[in-house]
Design a protein around this ligand. Sequence first.
Ligand SMILES: C[S@@+](CC[C@H](N)C(=O)[O-])C[C@H]1O[C@@H](n2cnc3c(N)ncnc32)[C@H](O)[C@@H]1O
Length: 277
Amino acid sequence: MTTMTATQFDFLCNMIRSESAIVLEPGKEYLVESRLAPIARREGLGSVGDLVQRLATTPGVALRTEIVDAMTTNETSFFRDVHPWQTLREQIIPDLIAARRATRRLNIWCAACSSGQEPYSLAMLLRDDFPEESSSWNIRIMATDLSETMVTRCRDARFSQLEVNRGLPAAMLMRHFTRDGAEWRIDEKIRRMVEVRPANLVVPSSLPQMGGFDLVMIRNVLIYFDDTTKQSILTGIRHQMKGDGVLMLGSSEVSTGLASGFARLQTGRTIYFHPAS
Ligand SMILES: C[S@@+](CC[C@H](N)C(=O)[O-])C[C@H]1O[C@@H](n2cnc3c(N)ncnc32)[C@H](O)[C@@H]1O
């Protein structure tokens, strides 16, 4: 049961799409209701329909931003999918390190970092498996997300018991986290390896400029966009990558023929891409 009229639902979908590129199809009314009901309650409104009505009649940046934020899906986990991390550890990072011996510099971008499990997985991997390079090279890990809530969570670098139970090896929990009440706080030496800031993938001026990316992880976010938007984001990223840089997509995104303009590589089960020459 939805409290929105078809016109209100359309208005909301258009607003969310224009702000974030996230596509909501008819049939997702229940999702919208469950995500926006807390905001409607807090605003003292009787229903999500009333909330959308307010948005339409009294537009305000803060409310719009909060609604878009609430409609993002932030599902993530440490070392998500396992095998890409093994390939990073055994092949991709060693190859990049070998290729950058002269400059001793790596520029890494985790686009759509959610609450931080992905960039901190990478930081821990670098620290544990490449201790010399991670302590003496100039390695930047830039983590960005559209959602201000996620940017704040990623910066805070605190995780619940449930979150550290998902994908994080016990030895890494012991090595890199400190218990803090009901939560686990990532140690400062790992936290400092990751720069966190907001960026909207469909607003090019908001994206990080790092002088050529060596590694871009843009995983499990393009699935929310239409094909034209996916292509234009990937084309923009390709132009910002070093010629031998590596692009990693989410497991369900690699075989969709998305990455035209990229050469496809495979190690074991992991598919990744270089800009095509
Ligand atoms: C499912 S999470 C993926 C997190 C992580 N990359 C992973 O694979 O585990 C998708 C993230 O994309 C972010 N997102 C959605 N639309 C975005 C946009 N237009 N620009 C930047 N981030 C966006 C959401 O806020 C959310 O945190």
